[in-house]
Write a protein that binds this ligand. Structure first.
Ligand code: PLP
Length: 394
C-alpha cells in the first residue's frame, strides 16, 4: 500500500481540475491576448476561472487577483512592492512586523530587503507554536508600514490570529498581508468579512491544483508596483503570457477547496485525530499545539530518541510518505525549523515528523499508517543507544 501524508508540501491534482485543463493543452492553445479566434476561444475560460477565485475568497470585482507563478512570487511581489512603493520613498516608515516562523519565501525576502534599510521585527511563537495577537500589536510602531503574518503554519498547522491582527492593522493605518497558502481549503476564508486584509497569497498546488501557478489578492486602493515588467498581461500588472491551462485548473481547484472546507473540518479532522490519538500513545512523544487550534489535517510530532529522518525512511519503506519538515538547517542532521523556533529542547527539532492529510486520504490508509508508524517507532527505539542511555539516567 502507498499512503501520501505530505499534503502540506504539495497535493495530488483534483481529477476534475485535470479533466478541465486537458483541452487547453490540445485544441485550445491560443494566447488569450491574441485578437484572432484562437485567442478569443480561450478568454471565456480565463474569466470563469478568475470568477471562481473571486467567489472562493469572497471579494468584490473592484479588488484585484493577480495570477503569479507560485506563492513565493506572490510573497515577493508584496514585500518588494511595499519596499519600492513606500519604504524607498519614505524611509521614515521602513518597519515590517512578521513572525519568526514564516515560510522562507517571506523570511529570505525580508533578509534580502534588510540590506536596503528595511527594519524587521520577528515576533516569536510560544511553546505551542502559536502567535499572540497582543505580541503582534505590541511590535507595531510609528515606523511600521506592513504586518505580514501567515494564516496557518505549514509545519505545525497552528492557526494564527489573522482576523484580530488585520482589524488592528486597519485601525492603525498599517498595511496587512497574509500568506494563506496553508489556509485555503482548510479554513473559511472570507475577505469581505475580514476586510482588514490588504494582500493575500495562495498557491494552487496546495489545494489540489497544478504546480507552478498561484495568486495574489490585492485590495482596491492598495495596488503594488510590478515585480515583472514587460507585456500588458493582467492589466499591465504582471507581465508574461498567461498559462491558461493552469489558471483554469487553479480556478476549479479553489472552488472545490472552498466547497470542501466542511468536509475537511469533519471527515479529515476525524481521520487526523484518529491517527494522532494512536501515535501519541507511543511513549515519550510530543505533539505540537492543541488540535483545535490547528488546521484539521496536520500533526507535528516528536518521538524522543528517534531521528525524524530515520523514522521517515522506515515509513517510506512501508509505503508511507511523511516529512521532517526540514530545510537543511544543520550540518548533518535535518532540524525542523519551527521546532527550532519553539526552542527549549533542541532534540525535539531533530526528532520531528510532520503528517499532513488531504480530503482524498482514506480510513484504510490511516489504519495502515497507524500500524506501520507504531512498528517503526518500536524498531528504531530498540536500536537507539541514545534513547536507552537517556532513559537509564532518567
Ligand atoms: N508559503 C507557505 C506557508 C508554504 O507552505 C509554501 C510551500 O511550502 C509556500 C509559501 C511556497 O509555495 P510555492 O511553492 O507556491 O512557492
Amino acid at each position: 500500500m502507498r499512503v501520501y501524508l505530505d499534503n502540506n508540501a504539495t497535493t495530488k491534482i483534483d481529477p476534475l481540475a485535470k479533466v478541465k485543463m486537458q483541452p487547453f493543452f490540445e485544441e485550445l492553445y491560443g494566447n488569450p491576448n491574441s485578437l484572432h479566434q484562437y485567442g478569443m476561444d480561450v478568454r471565456p475560460a480565463l474569466n470563469v476561472a478568475l470568477g471562481e477565485m473571486y467567489d472562493a475568497l469572497n471579494v468584490p470585482d473592484a479588488d484585484d487577483i493577480l495570477i503569479t507563478s507560485c506563492a513565493t512570487e506572490s510573497n515577493n511581489t508584496v514585500l518588494k512592492g511595499i519596499f519600492f512603493k513606500h519604504i524607498l520613498k519614505n524611509p521614515e516608515k521602513n518597519h515590517i512586523v512578521t513572525t519568526s516562523v514564516e515560510h522562507p519565501a517571506i523570511l529570505e525576502t525580508l533578509l534580502y530587503l534588510s540590506d536596503f534599510g528595511v527594519e524587521v521585527t520577528y515576533v516569536d511563537v510560544d511553546e505551542d507554536g502559536g502567535v499572540s495577537a497582543q505580541d503582534m500589536k505590541n511590535a507595531v510602531t510609528d515606523k511600521t508600514i506592513l504586518i505580514s503574518m501567515m494564516w496557518a503554519n505549514n509545519e505545525t498547522g497552528m492557526i494564527f490570529p489573522v482576523e484580530e491582527v488585520s482589524a488592528f492593522a486597519k485601525e492603525k493605518g498599517v498595511l496587512f498581508h497574509t500568506d494563506a497558502v496553508q489556509a485555503i481549503g482548510k479554513l473559511k476564508v472570507d475577505l469581505t468579512a475580514m476586510n482588514g486584509i490588504d494582500y493575500l497569497t495562495f498557491s494552487a498546488h496546495k489545494f489540489h491544483g497544478p504546480k507552478g501557478i498561484g495568486g495574489l489578492y490585492v485590495k482596491k486602493g492598495k495596488e503594488l508596483p510590478n515585480l515583472l515588467h514587460g507585456g500588458e498581461q493582467m492589466g499591465g500588472k504582471r507581465a508574461g503570457t498567461l498559462n491558461v491551462a493552469y489558471i483554469v485548473g487553479m480556478g476549479l481547484a479553489i472552488k472545490q477547496a472552498a466547497n470542501h472546507v466542511d468536509k475537511m473540518n469533519v471527515d479529515v479532522r476525524r481521520l487526523r485525530d484518529k491517527l494522532e490519538d494512536a501515535i501519541s500513545k507511543i511513549s515519550d512523544t510530543i505533539v505540537v499545539g492543541p488540535r483545535e487550534k490547528r488546521t484539521p489535517n496536520t500533526i507535528l510530532i516528536s518521538l524522543r530518541g528517534i531521528e525524524g529522518e530515520s523514522m521517515l525512511w522506515d515509513l517510506n519503506k512501508a509505503g508511507v510518505a511523511a516529512s521532517t519538515g526540514s530545510a537543511c538547517a544543520s550540518e548533518s542532521l535535518h532540524a525542523n525549523p519551527v521546532m527550532n523556533a519553539i526552542g527549549e529542547d533542541p532534540e525535539l527539532a531533530h526528532t520531528a515528523m510532520r503528517l499532513s492529510l488531504s480530503r482524498f486520504t482514506t480510513e484504510e490508509e490511516i489504519d495502515y499508517t497507524i500500524e506501520v508508524f507504531i512498528k517503526a517507532a518500536e524498531r528504531l527505539r530498540s536500536i537507539s543507544s541514545t534513547y536507552a542511555y537517556t532513559n537509564e539516567v532518567g
